[in-house]
Design a protein. Structure first.
Length: 267
């Protein structure tokens, strides 16, 4: 099944912080010059300005998309740090390039626009708008590796609790999350007070991405954040197949008890 990758900080501990901080100072002169590659694919059926699938000029939506994010880079003094490229998959010339990126990153989602920033994948207008600047600012330090956010501002502090609820993270534009919503709607009638057993968080809303990091780390995950994700009875279930399998085996039509390690933000 398709899996949606976000990103998560995966290095903890004083020793790691000391080493990384030292690296920042030692290599600052080199890293600040590092170019971040931001490659976006957008579909814009601009009215037929092509010959043999080769564009004669940038189309309106493509131009507006490029201008928006290039202006953001300029406003934040990042123009010299980021190579931003936008390809319109309306044209045959760029469809093959788009497919090569999908194969390299092992994704099957067809959502566009989609942006690749080094190891990070952002899909959909909402997600790109929310995380574009934070991703390029982090990656230009040169400390980025898959699953690692780099040195960031301190995250909110969360307090651990045990709840009689399942904790579910999703994104509105994620195809797998849409499929999970349809599944949950289908099984509602088989579980009394179904909604009462769930805490649901849109990972793009408020500080929910930071909250999900707390779960990810506490449940021993070290790779990139992925949705849909369900936390229940000591398990972190990721993707449609895992969640459905657990629900059918343990919840739907069964007598069940839920004791989930959960988190709330400390006041």
């Amino acid at each position: 099944m398709k899996r949606k990758k976000i990103v998560i900080a995966g290095i903890t501990g004083i020793a790691a912080i000391v080493l990384l901080t030292a690296a920042v100072f030692i290599f600052a002169g080199v890293n600040k010059q590092r170019k971040v590659e931001a490659v976006a694919f957008i579909y814009d059926s601009c009215g037929g300005c092509s010959s043999n699938g080769v564009p004669c000029k940038a189309c309106k939506t493509e131009e507006e998309f490029y201008r928006k994010y290039q202006n953001l880079l300029k406003e934040n003094n990042l123009t010299e740090s980021v190579n931003l490229t936008v390809y319109n998959t309306f044209f045959t010339k760029y469809q093959e390039l788009y497919q090569s990126y999908k194969e390299e990153y092992q994704i099957t989602s067809t959502i566009q626009p989609i942006m690749f920033i080094d190891e990070t994948i952002l899909t959909g207008t909402e997600e790109i708008s929310a995380f574009f600047l934070s991703e390029v600012q982090r990656d230009r330090t040169g400390l980025h590796s898959p699953g690692y956010l780099g040195l960031e501002v301190a995250e909110p502090v969360y307090q651990e609790k045990t709840l009689d609820k399942m904790v579910y993270f999703y994104m509105v534009q994620c195809p797998d999350c849409v499929e999970m919503k349809e599944y949950f709607d289908k099984i509602k009638s088989q579980i009394d007070d179904f909604d009462n057993y769930f805490l649901k968080y849109d990972v793009l809303a408020g500080e929910n991405k930071e909250l999900m990091k707390a779960y990810w780390q506490a449940y021993g995950k070290t790779d990139g954040l992925e949705v849909p994700a369900l936390f229940v009875n000591g398990k972190c279930l990721v993707n449609v197949d895992e969640i459905k399998e657990y629900m059918e085996a343990n919840i739907v039509g069964k007598e069940f008890t839920i004791q989930t390690k959960a988190f709330v933000q400390e006041k």
